[in-house]
Design a protein. Structure first.
Length: 404
């Protein structure tokens, strides 16, 4: 491929926008002092964090004291889940129970697994073929011992948006705290903590054109939670360690802009996604759009290609100048299907042949057309004569053929 590369992996990360970089730079140079210091330089850094906290809170409909800055979305998830369960157990709820969903991000699932290893009872709910959660099944899973339910607002692989206001209301009626991983949502769908009804909500700056290494956790006033990192009283005692002033300032600026631009940008992205999917379905046989029957993020298109190994297709597209993600990961020489796609319960080829295309500010109509022009022959090249081996084909061609 000649010309610039096409980046269609915005769900993995987004490039920092110029405004966030500009906001960050002074705090990497002459004014990046320790905000816990009482001298004038320290107070200036503290003021910058306080201002950023106010702006983040305003963007999601919270109060400044309800925002805790962290080092990532994964840390925010872990603090929300493990911190709130530990707080419950400290009050004598030794039979604590947690409810989550099979399609959660690994940051959530692994935190829940850690709790299970420590004796916490857990329930992991399934989803339907579209990745949707049954509210009745969710309600039935809650018990008198349930202290926390954690359900992501929008899935990072297939984009399915969960009915969080309804689920949170069910949890609240039962006296259960509710956490949502909202990492994928800023700038794509509306995000207001009171409308959602949640007690805890996680964010990560690099998903909305802010810096990597900065996250935030919304903790509704009155929600019991204990810290996981010790050593200081920063972040209202919930996250010790000298704050990343530059990153926090850039995080706030990026979130402000993503929130302001959301109505226009989400409509643009939805139009690009819909046109892309329509062309794929029209021009390529044996494809399935994961989650197409559910409410989805406007930016994510997860498509399974029958008879194609997702890893091989990702490599072929990369060599052609296009960046996408597979719905499967290669580990120790073996292709392991994505836990999200596996949870949909489809055929083997759906689990092995899913690609995630995720669009963003960098994506133009010309980029989508380029992607279509490359993916059609790439899929055809990776398919061979049908057989009875399970995928519907003899399998993908080898990497040496991809490079030839």
């Amino acid at each position: 491929m000649t010309g610039p590369r096409v980046y269609a992996d915005h769900a993995a990360t987004t490039p920092m926008r110029e405004e966030a970089i500009a906001a960050m730079l002074p705090y990497l140079a002459s004014v990046g002092f320790n905000p816990s210091s009482v001298h004038a330089e320290g107070r200036a850094s503290r003021d910058a964090i306080d201002s950023a906290r106010e702006r983040v809170a305003r963007a999601i409909g919270a109060r400044a004291r309800e925002i805790v800055f962290t080092g990532s979305g994964s840390e925010s998830n872990t603090l929300a889940i493990v911190g709130s369960v530990h707080a419950a157990r400290a009050t004598g709820r030794t039979n604590a129970h947690v409810v989550t969903v099979a399609t959660e991000h690994h940051a959530v699932l692994h935190a829940v697994e850690r709790l299970a290893a420590d004796g916490v009872r857990t329930t992991v709910l399934g989803v339907d073929r579209e990745g949707a959660i049954d509210p009745d099944a969710f309600a039935a899973a809650l018990t008198p011992d349930t202290v926390l339910a954690t359900v992501m607002l929008a899935n990072n692989e297939i984009g399915t948006v969960a009915p969080i206001p309804r689920l949170a209301a069910i949890a609240r009626e039962r006296g259960v705290r509710f956490h949502t991983d909202a990492v994928q949502t800023p700038g794509r769908i509306a995000l207001h903590v009171d409308d959602l009804g949640v007690d805890l909500l996680s964010l990560a700056g690099h998903k909305f054109y802010g810096p990597k290494g900065v996250g935030a956790l919304y903790v509704r006033s009155g929600t019991p939670i204990v810290p996981l990192v010790f050593g200081g009283s920063q972040e209202s005692g919930l996250r010790a360690g000298t704050e990343n002033v530059a990153g926090i300032v850039a995080f706030a600026r990026a979130l402000e802009l993503a929130t302001a631009e959301r109505p226009r940008e989400s409509a643009r992205l939805a139009a690009l996604r819909d046109a892309f999917e329509a062309a794929i379905v029209r021009d390529i046989d044996g494809v399935h759009v994961n989650g197409a029957g559910a409410v989805r993020l406007p930016s994510v298109s997860s498509i399974a290609f029958e008879g194609v190994d997702a890893t091989e297709l990702v490599l072929r597209l990369d060599l052609a100048g296009i960046a996408v993600s597979a719905g499967s990961a290669c580990a120790a020489g073996a292709t392991t299907p994505s836990h999200v796609i596996a949870a949909l319960g489809g055929p083997a080829w759906q689990r092995l042949g899913t690609i995630r295309f995720s669009f963003g500010k960098l994506t133009s109509e010309a980029d989508v057309e380029t992607l279509l022009q490359v993916i059609r022959p790439s899929v055809a090249a990776l398919r061979v004569v049908p057989s009875d081996l399970g995928m519907g084909y003899n399998g993908p061609r080898g990497l040496s053929e991809v490079r030839s």
